[in-house]
Design a protein around this ligand. Structure first.
Ligand SMILES: Cc1cc2nc3c(=O)[nH]c(=O)nc-3n(C[C@H](O)[C@H](O)[C@H](O)COP(=O)(O)O)c2cc1C
Length: 211
């Protein structure tokens, strides 16, 4: 049982790392392996909608996204952790996740997702909602905790004093471990849910277009 953790902070031992370390310790206690990849200082460009990934099975830009893809494929769960920048995930993480989710052809159904947001003060809920949307369009159950997964701090190290934030992290890791283990049992007993072919609609109806 393995969880991939993407830490989007550019600060090596910043507040996001403090939140992530609390998760890692608790996952260890639960017998769940983790691998953390910190992408905050990497150059990760945004998606250019070229569609080449449909043929290649990977992104046309060979950067950290294509390195993360096989790790994500093997993982039972994915945690994305970010510092809040202007009430959003930072730009590096959004560029990374747009391309990672769009370019990878493997089935993500029933991999468990969780997002963690770290801020001085504001924008946590908006960022939490923003990140959970990658999971909920991908058939990924979202692990939850005793609060929306936020930890507070501004200067490096301050997050260590957010006792409730760290409790939220420990609870999240325990709940996520339980969910992943339960899903593994469920796979054995019931199999994965049936999938119907995708039926894309885009709200445009030729008969109403006036042509
Ligand atoms: C460009 C930028 C934008 C930020 N925007 C916000 C914000 O919208 N809300 C907030 O509470 N903190 C904001 N912050 C503060 C960081 O979220 C905070 O310092 C956080 O602890 C950084 O995490 P790190 O140490 O892991 O990098 C911002 C920081 C930067 C550099």
């Amino acid at each position: 049982m393995k969880v991939l953790i993407i830490n989007a902070s550019p600060r090596v031992n910043g507040n996001t790392s403090i939140a992530v370390n609390e998760l890692v310790k608790t996952f260890e206690q639960e017998g769940v392996q983790t691998e953390t990849v910190q992408i905050g200082t990497k150059v990760i460009r945004g998606c250019i909608a070229c569609g080449k990934c449909a043929q290649l099975g990977k992104c046309v830009f060979d950067d950290a996204v294509n390195e993360l893809a096989p790790k994500f494929r093997e993982a039972d769960g994915l945690v994305v952790a970010t510092p809040v920048y202007y009430a959003s995930a930072n730009a590096t993480l959004i560029a990374c996740l747009d391309r990672l989710f769009f370019s990878t052809p493997f089935d993500k159904t029933m991999k468990v997702g969780a997002s963690v947001v770290v801020a001085r003060r504001g924008g946590c809920s908006a960022t939490f909602d923003e990140l959970n949307k990658y999971f909920t369009i991908s058939g990924m159950p979202v692990a939850s905790s005793s609060y929306w997964n936020s930890v507070h701090g501004r200067e490096t190290g301050e997050a260590a004093y957010d006792a409730e934030g760290l409790l939220t992290m420990r609870t999240l890791a325990r709940n996520m471990s339980f969910l992943m283990k339960s899903i593994a049992l469920g796979r054995e007993k019931f199999g994965v849910p049936q999938k119907e072919p995708w039926q894309p609609t885009h709200f445009i109806r030729a008969d109403l277009s006036g042509k």
